[in-house]
Every structure is written in C-alpha cells, then in structure tokens.
Design a protein around this ligand. Structure first.
Ligand SMILES: NC(=O)c1ccc[n+]([C@@H]2O[C@H](COP(=O)([O-])OP(=O)(O)OC[C@H]3O[C@@H](n4cnc5c(N)ncnc54)[C@H](O)[C@@H]3O)[C@@H](O)[C@H]2O)c1
Length: 449
C-alpha cells in the first residue's frame, strides 16, 4: 500500500504504531509552519491533526492527493469541511473517544461548585475552618438544561441518570431527545433550568450565543457550565449576570480568551476585566480546556482514529464492532397486494405478533442493548421505495447516520433526499449500484416498545 500520512501534532503512541503495523507510511512534522506544510502536502494521502492550524481552502488546494483528514478530537470546526468534501476528502473525527471524559468532567465541575470543594480546600490549606460559608447545594430535584444534544450532551445526560434531576435538552435538530433528556424549546429550557450546560459546536449561530439577552431569558437564577467552546459565551455578560445574582456560579473548561490551538490562554498580553473577575470569584471553577483530555481518552481518541482509517482502507472485516457502519438489519419492507390481509395471515399461520404495520422482532446486540427489526408489507402502489424498481426495500441499522452520510457522499454514493429525524431515530436513503433504494436508520428503539 502506498499511502503516506503526515502527522502534524503529537498524539498517543498507539496511533503511529498501529498505522505503521497496518502498512501506512507515517511522517511527523510538529514544528513546520502552515506554509511549510502546504509546500509539501501534495505528497501525502492522509493528514492527522489535532488543532495546530486551520485546514482552509488554501491548504486544501495545495493538498492535491489528500484522501483523508483525521482530527484526533471531537469536532471538525478547524477544517473547511464543505470544501474538503467537495474534493472527495474523507473527514474523520473521534467524538466517541472523549465524550465520556467530557461528561465526567462536567459532572465533576457541577459537584465541586455545588459543594464548594475547591474553595473549602483552599481555605483549610490556609488555616480556615469555615463550615457556615461552605454549606453546599444538592443536584437532587433540580432541572438541568443541556444545549446541544450530540455526542457530548448525550454522554453527560447519561451520567445524570443516577441523580434525581429533570434533564431537558435543546438542539436545532429535531427528535434528538432520548430516555435521558426530554427535548424542549429553548424558551422552555430557559423557563425551567437551574443548571445550564453547553455542548454545542462553535458556529456562526452559537458564537456569543450566551449573552445578556440569553441569560436574562432564564426564569430563575442558574448555574452555568461550559465545556464546549469559549466563544459560545460572552464572558463580560456572564460576569455581569454573576454580579447581579442571576448566574449563581460558573464552571468553565473553555474560555473566550484561549487561542484556537487551545494550547495557550491569551490572545494578547492584557488580562480582560471579565477574566480578572472570574479569577477572583469564589463561585467559579476553571479548567484549561481539559474536559476531554483524560489519560483514557488520550488512548481512546487515538484508537478511534486508527479504527476509522483502517475501516476506510481495509473495509468491514477489520472494523471494530463499535465502528461498523451497518450494525444490524432494521427492517424488511415489501410491496403487497393487500397488506392488511397479509399481516393477518402471517399472524394467524406463522404466529407473528402483528400490528397495523406488520411485525416487530426484538433482539439484543452484543452489548445487551434492546434492538428491533421491523417486517412490513407496504401497499402495491407505494412510492416509498422510489426510485428503486424493486418490490422490496432493506432497512439497515447504523451508527451516527449524519457522519455516515457525509462519508458515503465523499465516497460518491448516491444519497436520496435529506436526512429525516423522528421519535424512533434518524433516517437517510442511498442507492446501491443497481439503483435499489436502501434505508439507513440510526434507531432509538425504546420509543416504540
Ligand atoms: N472541552 C473539551 O475538552 C471538549 C472535548 C470534546 C468536545 N468539546 C466540544 O463540545 C462541543 C460538542 O461536541 P460534540 O462532539 O457533542 O458535537 P456534536 O456535533 O456531536 O453535537 C453538537 C450538537 O449541537 C447541536 N447544535 C448545533 N448548533 C446548535 C445551536 N445553534 N443550538 C442548539 N444546538 C445546536 C447539533 O445539532 C448537535 O446535536 C463542541 O463544541 C466540541 O468542540 C469540548
């Protein structure tokens, strides 16, 4: 195999070692400038990055042989994704690798702040035994509002399962709520929440999203936590709300003032006033963009990246079970002359447990999760299988449909229509080379059990 990969950031050693073992040629360059890397990038088929610099149009135009960009992290915001996809470059990220870390860190910040752990610890170390001023708050009975219900948001909500809290989520995508969080409008979240946790990407819409107007729309004073991106909060407005008692406390793993590379804090030498306030405030807990940065995630991120690169070049048999594109058969749908009678016949003679739509078979995957497969006759004149000429359509269960559709698009597979979201999961459609429509389903099984 003649695939050369350029690594421009240091990562866990397993990344390089395993790629080497798979036969990829790996080169490291952790120090050259963006321009110097641009001058040689045409010799590479792959690049592995963390956050050293932006992969923009100029860079991509020089990367004439690039087949993939792998980011050892959760998001791809440092990459011009649309332009990369238009050049058939596969984009690989590893949110599976650090979502648990972010969830635990967020919970840790909440519990530390609620119980004054950092403050009390500092006080005792300096000889003060203050019990009255260190009385804590409990999460029990509170409402936690999560904004951005993707990898990190979902993982955080899962961690809250053992607490007696109401968990709400708000997301621009419809039907992303699950058993761990009820999806509501932003207004409802602002009406009910005692704790706000941000898990949104940094986009033009989320940039400075949490400002004075946003904060004032909360009905009650609340605690605010941000492990997403610093620029999603206007720190000066947050600080003003803290002074006014509207924000009761804040846990910030990310700051407006950190550089895009996350490696240093300040854009300039002056310490902004709002930041000086945060540094002095007792009801603030800060960490240096490390929510997703545990020993475990360091390795897991690298492993996810290797698995995904391996999957790209070696196909199904080498893909780790978690990363399989198709995880099971979600349904078999076929045209019939009289669907109602057919369903009744299968119920009577083959004992299928039927309803108006057919029959649902329940099974467990290798991790013991409940899964279902649907068997359904459709009307003879159904248009649901179009443009397929076949009388039947397969539905496959998949992981992370959104990413998969991006990858399939990059591989030149025909996508039919737009992805759609319902209570029971997300749906997308593709064509096989014979023009048969295939339904892809990222399921939420418990909804219709
Ligand atoms: N602090 C850390 O160490 C750390 C580690 C990992 C991820 N992150 C950050 O966490 C954030 C979430 O990452 P993820 O992997 O869960 O992303 P994701 O794409 O899986 O989920 C983000 C969710 O936010 C939603 N969203 C986008 N714009 C929105 C808007 N305007 N309003 C409401 N919802 C919106 C999306 O629809 C999506 O469901 C990102 O900013 C990422 O960079 C930080």
């Amino acid at each position: 195999m003649d695939i050369k990969i350029l690594h421009i950031d240091s990562n866990n050693a397993i990344l390089m070692r395993q790629l080497q073992e798979l036969g990829f040629e790996n080169h490291e360059d952790f120090t050259s400038s963006k321009e110097e890397i641009e001058a040689k990038i045409q010799s590479y088929q792959g690049i592995v990055i963390r956050s050293r610099f932006k992969i923009d149009k100029t860079f991509l135009d020089k990367a004439t042989n690039l087949q993939f960009i792998a980011r050892v992290g959760a998001g791809l915001e440092s990459i011009d994704c649309d332009y990369a996809i238009s050049k058939n470059i596969t984009l690989i990220a590893a949110p599976e690798g650090n979502r648990n870390a972010v969830a635990e860190h967020t919970l840790g910040m909440i519990l530390s702040l609620f119980n004054n752990l950092n403050k009390a610890d500092r006080e005792i170390r300096s000889g003060h035994w203050n019990r009255g001023s260190n009385r804590g708050h409990e999460l029990d009975g509170k409402t936690v509002g999560i904004i951005g219900y993707g990898n990190m948001g979902k993982s955080f909500a899962k961690k809250l399962r053992g607490f007696e809290v109401d968990v709400l989520c708000y997301d621009i995508l419809e039907n992303v709520g699950d058993a761990n969080a009820k999806q509501v409008s932003l207004e409802e979240l602002q009406q009910k929440s005692d704790v706000l946790s941000l898990h949104i990407p940094w986009t033009p819409e989320t940039n400075k999203m949490v400002d004075a107007t946003f904060i004032n729309a909360f009905a009650k004073p609340f605690w605010a936590f941000n492990t997403s991106r610093g620029n999603n909060i206007v720190t000066a407005d947050l600080v003003a709300a803290m002074s006014a008692g509207k924000v009761l406390g804040a846990g910030l793993d990310v700051l407006e003032y950190e550089k895009l590379s996350f490696e240093t804090l300040f854009q300039d030498k002056n310490t902004p006033e709002a930041f000086q306030y945060l540094l002095k405030a007792e009801n603030v807990i800060l960490s240096p963009h490390v929510a997703g940065w545990t020993f475990e995630s360091h390795e897991r991120l690298a492993q996810v990246i290797v698995d995904k690169i391996k999957a790209k070049y070696f196909g199904e048999d080498k893909i780790a079970v978690d990363e399989k594109r198709v995880t099971g058969i979600g349904g078999l749908f076929f045209k019939s002359k009289n669907a109602k009678e057919l369903v009744a016949w299968y119920g009577k003679h083959l004992g299928l447990k039927t309803d108006d739509h057919g029959s649902t078979f329940w099974w467990k995957d290798s991790k013991g999760n409940d899964c279902s497969t649907q068997w359904s006759p459709f009307a003879e004149d159904t248009t649901y299988f179009e443009p397929s000429e076949k009388q039947f359509m397969q539905n496959f269960r998949v992981h992370n449909l959104e990413n998969l559709l991006l990858e399939l698009q990059a591989e030149g597979v025909t996508i039919v229509g737009e992805m759609e979201s319902y209570d029971y999961g997300k749906f997308g459609w593709i064509l096989d080379p014979e023009g048969n429509k295939i339904e892809l389903w990222e399921p939420i099984d418990y909804i219709f059990k």
